[in-house]
Design a protein around this ligand. Structure first.
Ligand code: GLN
Length: 551
């Protein structure tokens, strides 16, 4: 049987969870024993989101093979419980770059280069490449943005062509729309959906399935109306109410009969569903037996999408401990104000995530100091590890001006410095130390205990590193290097002896955490935070019990 393709487009408005819906569809097919790969086509002209501001784009996700991608790739990996390669992330920037490079090489033999067929051929080739490379039975392709966007047109045209080339039995078009609620009349409106389907049809794509996102229940009458006006069978009009947790979306879609419908339409074999583990995980997520507060000190906390994978990794780890995690988003710059320590007063654990640029750096260092001095469990990710070293140099060794050369090129104590391989690199796009590298863990350390293994493989995205010229002095009194590259070149993990749990890693463990496979470091961190909370509660109780000796 040839590869089957499912194309997911969006209509009406963006940000209604098209990425999560796509990820959920992947999960559902996988739960029926079908091999799946998911690909995102992003119509913007950046070659990748690696150079975009988090304000524009949220988190930059990193694949094992080192591609800097859209954050939806993170949803795909978490829902599929499967790693994806850089082939799963395509932007219009990459497409045009490739077409122009071919033109410059003379590959087109003097022809005029046009959107159709040259750009559309390049798009189709990328879609087929991910099918070939993965060998998956089904390729689910999500198109970023909404139908009607100018830059999205070549992608939709490529999909239209592919539907003819591959045949109707092998392709399926799913359109995700939104039904707005009008308070004045107290009803959900279908007109924007009708318009967006009309727009899609004007581009030559008749949707096979319409998924209607809404904040209120969708009645049968509305489904009938949409079915009639959009020419889609009623059973293929699938309501998707906003859920308390994104992890419930596969369960809702399964319940609505979507998987069966897709299998039937694509002539795929029916087999017993295996959603049991997922279902169980979701019920554990929804019935925690305790709580833990984690303060996340970052630069973009008003924009939680900037730390999406970190948030999800904390949730996965908390569920593993049967607790709910309450994340306190602490603005790094606010941590610079006098008395800002009070912002961390109720933290059971403190986390400093990755970051670039010097805004809020001193506030983050102050949070690290608070965690170290108060014995609060600490997890530092990438920049969070680098600042842990800077804080230690400044306040334990007394090197007041110690810093990373990223923020102070002339510091007398450059305890964090540019990676040797980065010397002379001037281009910004795709030039960091990226993707998976092995890490050897030192036995008898917290890192080793967390992983329960000698080796780990983790994803990176950085230019700076622990400066080994200072290793001797830095590690003489408490700071420990507990993970490094097997050849001993780079420091990958640092810990602090004599502290309940204080660990920083040069890599981004959050990218590997999955609901059914929570990351060992996050799991150990949450475990330490729970213990810290219990310790504090016991202390508070001891203080409130009046002394039996009176006095
Ligand atoms: N800015 C730091 C570096 O480039 C940290 C990067 C990060 O946190 N991802 O090394």
């Amino acid at each position: 049987m040839g590869t089957k393709y499912i194309f997911v487009t969006g209509g009406v408005v963006s940000s209604v969870g098209k990425g999560i819906t796509t990820a959920a569809i992947g999960r559902l097919l996988k739960s029926r024993g079908i091999s799946v790969v998911i690909q995102k086509l992003d119509p913007y002209l950046n070659v990748d989101p690696g150079t975009m501001s988090p304000y524009q784009h949220g988190e930059v996700f990193v694949t094992a093979d080192g591609a800097e991608t859209d954050l939806d790739l993170g949803h795909y990996e978490r829902f599929l419980d499967q790693d994806l390669s850089g082939l799963s992330s395509v932007t219009a920037g990459q497409i045009y770059q490739a077409v122009i490079a071919k033109e410059r090489r003379g590959d087109y033999l003097g022809r005029t280069i046009q959107a159709v067929p040259h750009v559309t051929n390049e798009i189709k080739e990328r879609i087929r490449a991910v099918a070939r490379e993965s060998g998956a039975q089904v390729v689910v392709v999500e198109v970023g943005g909404t139908v009607g966007d100018i830059e999205g047109q070549p992608f939709l045209e490529a999909i239209r062509q592919m539907r003819n080339e591959e045949g109707r039995e092998d392709t399926l078009s799913i359109h995700v729309t939104f039904l707005p609620y009008l308070a004045t009349t107290g009803e959900l409106k279908t007109k924007p959906t009708q318009h967006s389907v009309r727009e899609l049809r004007s581009l030559g794509i008749q949707p096979d399935v319409i998924i209607c996102r809404s904040d209120r229940p969708v009645g049968e009458d509305l489904r009938e109306k949409i079915s009639l006006f959009c020419d889609v069978p009623k059973q293929a009009v699938v309501p998707l109410l906003t859920m308390p947790t994104i992890y419930e979306v596969p369960l809702v879609l399964e319940e609505a009969g979507l998987t069966d419908y897709i299998l039937q339409r694509l002539c795929l074999p029916f087999s017993q569903r295996d959603l049991h583990e997922w279902q169980e995980w979701v019920s554990r997520l929804k019935s925690p037996t305790g709580e833990v507060n984690i303060s996340l000190v970052g630069k973009y906390v008003e924009l939680p999408d900037a730390y999406l994978s970190v948030r999800e990794a904390l949730i996965h780890a908390a569920v593993a401990h049967q607790v709910a995690v309450s994340i306190r988003w602490v603005h790094a710059q606010e941590m610079e104000r006098p008395g800002a320590e009070s912002l961390l007063e109720d933290a059971d654990g403190i986390l400093v995530p990755g970051g670039f640029g010097d805004r809020g750096i001193e506030g983050k260092i102050r949070a690290v100091r608070f965690a170290r001095e108060r014995g609060v469990p600490y997890l530092g990710l990438c920049l969070g590890m680098q600042l842990m070293v800077v804080e230690y140099a400044r306040h334990v060794l007394g090197w007041e001006d110690a810093h990373s050369t990223e923020f102070d090129a002339d510091t007398p104590y450059p305890v964090i410095c540019l990676l040797a391989e980065q010397e002379g690199v001037t281009e910004k796009g795709g030039t960091m130390r990226l993707g998976s590298y092995p890490c050897r863990l030192r036995p008898g350390t917290r890192a080793h205990a967390a992983y329960g293994a000698e080796m780990a493989s983790e994803r990176h995205r950085h230019r700076y590193e622990f400066n080994r010229d200072y290793e001797k002095i830095l590690t003489a009194s408490g700071l420990r290097i507990t993970g490094e590259t097997p050849d001993g070149t780079y420091v990958e993990i640092c810990e602090l002896a004599g502290h309940p749990w204080f660990l920083g890693c040069q890599f981004h463990p959050e990218f590997k955490s999955k609901p059914l496979e929570p990351h060992p470091l996050f799991r150990a961190f949450i475990g330490a935070a729970i213990e810290h909370r219990q310790r504090r509660q016991a202390e508070a109780r001891a203080l409130s019990v009046p002394s039996s000796h009176g006095g």
